[in-house]
Design a protein around this ligand. Sequence first.
Ligand code: MGD
Ligand code: MGD
Ligand code: MO
Length: 756
Amino acid sequence: MTDRSTKDVQAAIDATPVEGVADYAGPAGGWGSLGAVARAVREQMKTSTHTRALLEMNQPDGFDCPGCAWPDPKHTSSFEFCENGAKAVTWEATVKRVDPDFFARHTVSELWTWSDHQLEDAGRLTHPLRYDAATDHFVPVTWDEAFRHAGAALQALDHADQAEFYCSGRASNESAFLYQLFAREFGTNNFPDCSNMCHEATSVGLPKSIGVGKGTVTLDDFDHADAIFCIGHNPGTNHPRMLSTLAAASKRGVPIIVANPMRERGLERFKSPQHPGEMLRPGAATPLASAYHQVKIGGDLAMLKGMMKLVIDAGALDHAFIAQHTEGFEALRADLDATPWSWIEASSGLSRDAIEAMAEVYIKAERVIVCYGMGITQHRHGTQNVQAIANLLLLRGNFGKEGAGICPLRGHSNVQGDRTVGITEIPAEAMLQRLDAAFGINSPRHHGHNAVEALQAMAEGRSKALISLGGNLAVAMPDPETCFAAVRRLDLSVSILTKFNRTCLLTARETLVLPCLGRTELDVQGGRPQWVTVEDSMSMVHASRGKLSSPGPQVRSEPAIVAGLAKAAMPASKVDWDSLVADYDRIRDKIEQVYPDFHDFNARVRVPGGFRLTIAPDKRVWNTPSGKAQFFAHPHVDERGDARLLLTTIRSHDQYNTTIYTLDDRYRGVTGRRDVIFANEVDLSQMGLAHGDVVDVESAGGAVLRGFTVIAHAIARGSLAAYYPEANCLVPLGDHDPVSGTPAYKSIPVTLRAAT
Ligand SMILES: Nc1nc2c(c(=O)[nH]1)N[C@H]1C(S)=C(S)[C@@H](COP(=O)(O)OP(=O)(O)OC[C@H]3O[C@@H](n4cnc5c(=O)[nH]c(N)nc54)[C@H](O)[C@@H]3O)O[C@H]1N2
Ligand SMILES: Nc1nc2c(c(=O)[nH]1)N[C@H]1C(S)=C(S)[C@@H](COP(=O)(O)OP(=O)(O)OC[C@H]3O[C@@H](n4cnc5c(=O)[nH]c(N)nc54)[C@H](O)[C@@H]3O)O[C@H]1N2
Ligand SMILES: [Mo]
């Protein structure tokens, strides 16, 4: 059995005290959340104006939370409380600064020895900086100098495809649109972006299945679903506002079925800080998961195929829907017939009984939503996983009806919007034609690099310049040895950031760090406050208005910085950059010209709550080549062979990707440390190891993560977990889903041995 009861694991943890490791018995949310917010406010913010800013979050006239892409309820009267949203805001609104004095005090070699937490905790960037190799210091430069140096290095390239334009997912639609315009006029489609490490399997897999690479549900659908499946995501930490939605469904008696190798408290029970009754009653909390299946790492495809077999066996197909709306059913059925239960059970780590129980809930429900996250996408078979979820939903017509559909939990708050407005290495011809017509430019037609290809090109010297609009590319990517060296050999590295991070320390021949405003801050252009727009994971586009004062007079907005770089790189540019930056309405008018779905953009987005982009499957319209939704058969291949142990990499409760707020992970009972490996206690004893032992972890390629402590945890047999980015050295750069290019961060074959 894979399901170790939490009690058994608890006994193991109690038997051997390990520093910083304890059981967490409470629910998600609750007083712990309030305490964490109070602490974040205390440590980062000093003024009450800043503290009040927290109340502006997710209000119609306030700013969009930079935390995650979960949508806001339509009728929010009170402010939606979310601990991790509050951490994201306090981290940005901090009163700490890394100013020219700071960089005069610390050399780059010294800063290299700092932890990722220390680097960002030092504060907000205040001045444009340029690396001076002679002194090993970053020194302040004027904006004109910064743009001149960047422009000269870009002009010195042999051709435009030697430049990589990285985009992280916090950029607004307006800055991302200008950024892609800059790169395309410059002459490249090289857009590595954080989506390539995240939901690329969704962006690539779903259009083939249902004709759109996005989720199909809205928040309202959760009020009408008869069953909700949560596969491979951890909302208590990564999408905390989702817990209110799940709690409401749970109170309606809707089954919530979880498939996750780890028991995550945020999927088990929730004490809502906005619910005074629950907060004041000790022990009160809303149960979330009605059933929790600890699938083996990478075992989802087998589990989903088992469920599909059972749906067919039970005669529970929606025949009319399949006949009218789909193609490929017979091939899927043949593949499922050829898939033996022995493989399904071995590969998923779940018994047939358990999968039958899941299928029963699925079949009983008229309307089903399947939610999923990185536990599905970050595998070699990520695209197959996503398409298997679409298959399962198609079998019973769970698209285009209220209360049903697919719900990818997106990552960064505007990662979906950035994609929508052109950050893609594989642009559609029709879009390029409209872009060219709107600006009188000639966009390149050949495809560009995704994130893995960009790093490979940089590592091999084929690409020589990297511009980063946000993010911490080299740390977020697998295989730091390769990726760090790749950035260091560049001719030009430009980072547009709110905070200093390790990627900036990988100095190239010319290295510039440019400080930008965050989303919470007031952005004045042309004498007037500007605002931006974002798209959440349910395709709602709405306004975000920053209120806080700038961290310093030198700090510029992202659109202004992108325009400055573009003008310096292309003195003969056809685009009137200054006019666009002076009034963001003009940028939105251009977005509308290039993307017809944004018709009346400036008017519609001024309505509180904004508008929803077209999601054709809502109307059972399928924008696939055949005009039908497609079933995809995925013959079972066990790509990890007989690897006995797979390691998955996860986020702690106190981190935002490469940003480490503190070293704690409250819901998993870890305090003050991140050098731990979560393991199944039976696996440990079979390996001759015990809770608290110090081990070395070795990947199949021979990379070793040294001196980590194994801790017993309620995790499926054969499965291990460690924090990202610490464990990224175990993932080779070439280990990714061949279809989407998503790195296989979630299924790394490893061995463990006592530390040497
Ligand atoms: N506070 C906070 N919020 C965030 C982020 C953050 O770092 N901090 N990051 C943002 C970003 S960019 C993203 S992409 C999202 C990420 O949100 P999630 O997708 O929730 O991210 P992970 O922490 O990677 O968690 C993955 C979950 O999948 C499970 N899992 C691992 N391997 C498997 C598997 O093989 N099968 C199954 N079924 N489950 C598996 C893990 O146990 C874990 O519970 O969150 C966004 N929101
Ligand atoms: N092993 C492993 N690796 C992973 C993952 C995993 O699950 N496991 N997850 C992957 C995923 S899903 C993702 S999305 C990537 C994340 O990859 P990235 O998006 O590259 O990384 P972040 O850590 O989100 O970026 C943090 C930096 O963004 C900057 N920043 C913050 N706000 C703003 C802003 O408003 N504007 C600008 N210009 N800069 C800003 C700050 O300076 C900060 O240092 O990591 C991936 N890597
Ligand atoms: Mo992500």
